[in-house]
Design a protein around this ligand. Structure first.
Ligand code: UDP
Length: 244
């Protein structure tokens, strides 16, 4: 497979075409951003860690029957993925109050929520990704009713699988953001990435932050934290393979 033209540059990744029309080549960047790109830094090693963590998580989800756009990891920072027509939506699932939820609704950070709360945001940097509801999604024709339902179901299923996965490595899955797209055969699949950039991950023992909040709030170096998440996932993978 050969890498061809660059077709998209996001904050954290470059997307290239390949000689296969429905397959794309992703390269993870070292750039970290927060506050819609207002805070921006190069952090050596971040792309590699997020690529490795995302690849392990997408493989795990696949084993749990959850399809994603992920095909395979190519190198430390590169993946092959299926091309997908992306919904202009960010889907956030919350198990514990934190971040914008705590701020907007006045709920203390760390409060367990009685059930997973699902939110939609419009993916539009110029508007600062506003929170939207299902009527907004339909009226803006971002997705049809059945598609919204499928996305909701998949997001909740992914949440259950991830809660269990992270619990096994002593991590509390506070909240996370997902993106979905439609592949050439019209299937809705999970896309983008799942990494400490897109999840809030707290150590189960002491609530230590193992995610991008440490960068957002200038609390220190994120690389050892992301490395810790990867090490725990790899250790778990080794143990599970051993048991098979
Ligand atoms: N999130 C993300 N990308 C975004 C916004 C949020 O990956 O553009 C993730 C974030 O890491 C957290 C969850 O979605 O795990 C909920 O974020 P929140 O709405 O609390 O916003 P924030 O406090 O990050 O601005």
């Amino acid at each position: 497979m050969n890498k061809k033209e660059l077709i998209y540059e996001g904050k954290a990744k470059w997307l290239f075409e390949t000689d296969e029309p429905n397959i794309l080549w992703v390269t993870y960047k070292n750039q970290a951003t927060a506050g819609n790109g207002v805070k921006k830094e190069e952090i050596l090693g971040k792309g590699k860690l997020n690529n490795q963590i995302t690849s392990l998580i997408f493989d795990h989800l696949e084993q749990k029957g959850i399809k994603s756009h992920f095909i395979k990891s190519l190198s430390d920072t590169e993946q092959l993925i299926q091309k997908a027509d992306m919904f202009a939506l960010e889907v956030v699932v919350r198990n514990v109050a934190a971040g914008s939820f705590s701020k907007r609704l006045g709920v203390n950070e760390g409060t367990e929520l009685d059930f997973p709360v699902l939110e939609f945001y419009l993916k539009e940097d110029e508007l600062n990704d506003p929170i939207i509801n299902e009527d907004h999604i339909k009226v803006l024709q971002l997705a049809a009713e059945e598609e919204i339902e499928q996305i909701q179901q998949q997001a909740l299923k992914i949440n259950q699988a991830l809660i269990e996965l992270f619990k096994r490595i002593n991590i509390r899955l506070v909240d996370f953001k997902l993106e979905f797209g439609k592949t050439a055969d019209n299937k809705i699949v999970l896309a983008d990435e799942i990494s400490p950039d897109t999840c809030r991950l707290w150590d189960l023992n002491n609530n230590d932050r193992l995610d991008k909040d440490v960068f957002r709030k200038d609390l220190g170096d994120i690389i050892p934290l992301y490395q810790e998440v990867l090490d725990r996932l790899m250790q778990l993978e080794k143990e599970t393979m051993h048991n098979v």
